[in-house]
Design a protein around this ligand. Sequence first.
Ligand code: SF4
Length: 366
Amino acid sequence: MPAFGNEFERETLPYTDAVKEKTDHLYPKVASFIPKFEWRLHAPYIAAINDLKKQKNAVILAHNYMTPEIFHCVGDFAGDSLQLAKEAARSDAEIIVQAGVHFMAETSKILCPEKTVLIPDLRAGCSLASSITGADVRLLKQKYPGVPVVTYVNTTADVKAETDICCTSSNAVEVVEHAAKEFGTDTVILIPDQYLARNVAAMTDIKIVTWAGACEVHERFTAEDIRELREGNPGVIVLAHPECPPDVLAEADFAGSTSGMSNYVKEKQPNNVVLITECSMSDNVALENPKVNFVRPCNLCPHMKRISLPKILRSLQTMEHEVLIDPEIIEKARRPIERMIALPLKRQSMYNHLHAPEVAAVEARI
Ligand code: SF4
């Protein structure tokens, strides 16, 4: 559905011959998902955004959870947050527009401090990133001296600045084991997602201390949901994101990051599949795998859905909202990301629950 919602978004741009000429080649990418009448609303924005990108030497980083008209028609790079930031660092563009949420824009700024990074809506937050602050991490370090802090990339720059090494959902098990070895400890602090931490704990003998954070999209899925999906769709292959609770992953056929799930579908081409994650991900992967049937339970991320074509256009026109971070924090926050990137990881983390997913402690702000 088009995300038209506030004052300036209600003004629609006209669908002209010039717009048609500039956008007709893009429509086949999304035709099976966006009907023609709706395309005529999107196309003028797509044409204007793509023109402005060229004029201003800008790129758009489109997260997997963006709606298809953004992901397929204006995004220059698509993927998960870290893939996007790495692409941004390699690009010659002077301006980055983050079609994603605020912590992702901060990560882009940390890796590309010389570029102008824009977020089209400042309210595009994240329940995980807002669950913890840099001050919370300092208190955790006092409570567990000498224990390495591994932080999920879904955190603010302040939190990353207090961190030893970052991880993503695709490398979390390997990063935790690496951190324990490097620090010579049997315990690692893995924050802020308690479910990712529990799912990692099931795959390693390292003791995990975590934080009471959760993704508001993935924590809503239940094991009962998966059993009902299987009953209603016999033979369906279930792929789940590791931000889901452990009993959901235990019911799944495969668990992995957004890129892990996308690769699974591309390689295995299952007849019938369900992705237990944010709903736009299924729309985007389905458009790239037309022979696969997708069952679509829908949990939307309200933060991701704040980003729309009209807001991206406005951001490029007005250069709002620029993401600014204290240079000292940038310097400190870049180190744990670069440490992660430098690790010689040979495989993606697999989450298939070798033993019960118990963590040593779940800490929370007092
Ligand atoms: S899907 Fe979850 S982790 Fe991703 S931005 Fe939304 S709330 Fe945050």
